[in-house]
Design a protein around this ligand. Structure first.
Ligand SMILES: NC(=O)C1=CN([C@@H]2O[C@H](COP(=O)(O)OP(=O)(O)OC[C@H]3O[C@@H](n4cnc5c(N)ncnc54)[C@H](O)[C@@H]3O)[C@@H](O)[C@H]2O)C=CC1
Ligand SMILES: O=C(O)CCC(=O)C(=O)O
Length: 380
């Protein structure tokens, strides 16, 4: 008997089902430069979509689509948590950042962004750096996160890492009644743009680290840095990081790492890190609560970058960004106290706060509102 293949129409339905929570998904294909990208716009109630562009050698298009759909949804919540006038979006470029980047590829990407006519603003994420967007911004004004010498706010990983530090202080206040991190032990996964800076902050605070990264050079640099500061950073291999006995687990690489396979291994009191979509499923927040691990919701912890890029559109100002980033400390304390009062997970508490914010804006959006775009647009 011959195999029954799904019809074209049922395949189409599956794709629409996958993106049913999203407003728009744009597949970008430019054979001349090799660009293959997907831009996902989740929700623009609060303003035009904003979110970084990730570049990874995804094994399949399905994997890339799954990632961009999850990441863009998280951006809707992150923008609401950060209280900025943007909605949620994100993009992925399918390719190896070490081999496939060219100025032409990023210019082509810029043209696709521009075709969205102000509905999507973007900057860096895993696998991309500020300079990539110097090429993209030749084709579109919708770049948020340019180098300082191009009139941008500069490296977003600086406020992101600072936000992670303030989050850890909020956790310390909640668990131990003070903000002191010295003498505490941290297990960090990922020592890239953000993770490396988080490690540096923690060493400066007098903490000791266990670190891992697939890139051995990054690990060696942190170990060496710790030695110079008279602290300890112990290198561990891959999956060993989940079983490290420490006060904090600090995910700063890929998402989905809190899952059925890893939760049982964790021997920490809290989780606070920069990685997006740390929980494979939201139900894993309940598993953490049951295990007595305080989970600081990722999209609140890592919102320092979004605070900078959204602020950049008013014209760069480091003091303003610093003040906004410091507020993450109070936002998290609010999330923790709501979770305790309502006896719900910290993720449920954060989601409720964000959903109320989005809902109240929905109520105030007028039928006669002009089309959604950043109101200031200084680079237009
Ligand atoms: N750059 C930013 O401002 C922001 C970044 N984030 C999130 O933080 C995370 C890190 O971002 P960046 O530091 O910008 O990326 P990056 O690309 O600079 O660094 C990621 C690091 O993780 C390492 N890595 C990858 N897979 C790994 C694994 N399985 N185990 C251990 N290490 C692994 C890489 O070798 C690299 O050193 C990502 O999830 C990103 O979405 C969130 C908010 C803002
Ligand atoms: O860099 C950006 O454009 C926004 C930051 C971002 O994508 C994130 O917070 O995950």
């Amino acid at each position: 008997m011959s195999e029954i293949k799904p019809s074209a129409s049922s395949r189409t339905t599956d794709l629409f089902e996958k993106m049913q929570e999203h407003e728009q998904v744009l597949f970008c294909n430019d054979p001349a430069t090799g660009l293959k990208a997907i831009i996902a716009i989740h929700d623009t109630t609060l303003g035009p979509a904003l979110g970084g562009t990730r570049m990874r050698p995804y094994a399949t298009v399905e994997e890339a689509l799954e990632d961009v759909l999850r990441l863009s949804k998280a951006m809707t919540y992150k923008c609401a948590a950060a209280d900025v006038d943007f909605g949620g979006g994100k993009a992925v470029i399918i390719g190896d950042p070490a081999k496939d980047k060219t100025p032409e590829l990023f210019r082509a990407y810029g043209q696709f962004i521009d075709s969205l006519n102000g509905r999507f603003y973007t900057g860096t994420d895993m696998g991309t750096v500020l300079d990539d967007f110097v090429h993209a911004c030749k084709e579109t004004y919708c770049i948020a996160g340019l180098p300082e010498e191009y009139g941008g706010g500069g490296e977003t990983s600086i406020p992101t890492a600072l936000g992670v530090l303030y989050s850890m202080k909020a956790v310390a206040r909640t668990l131990w009644g003070h903000e002191e991190l010295s003498g505490k032990r941290f297990a960090i996964q990922g020592l890239g743009k953000v993770g490396f800076k988080v490690a540096e902050h923690l060493l400066q605070e007098g903490a000791d680290l266990c670190v891992t990264d697939v890139d051995k050079t990054a690990v060696d640099q942190v170990v060496e840095r710790a030695g110079k500061l008279g602290r300890t950073a112990t290198a561990v291999k891959g999956e060993e990081i989940y079983g490290i006995e420490a006060d904090f687990f600090v995910p700063c690489a890929v998402g989905g790492i809190i899952n059925d396979h890893t939760i049982g291994q964790l021997k920490v009191q809290a989780i606070a890190g920069a990685a997006n979509n740390q929980l494979l499923h939201e139900s894993h927040a309940l598993e953490l609560k049951r295990k007595g691990i305080l989970y600081a919701p990722d999209y609140v912890v890592n919102s320092g970058g979004i605070m900078q890029v959204s602020d950049e559109l008013y014209g760069p100002n480091k003091e303003r960004v610093l003040a906004k980033t410091k507020a993450i400390y109070h936002s998290l304390l609010h999330v923790f106290s709501e979770a305790k009062e309502k006896n719900i997970t910290t993720v449920e508490a954060a989601n409720l706060i964000c959903e109320q914010r989005i809902q109240s804006r929905k109520g105030r959006n007028s039928f006669f509102s002009p089309r959604k775009r950043a109101k200031w647009q200084i680079r237009h």
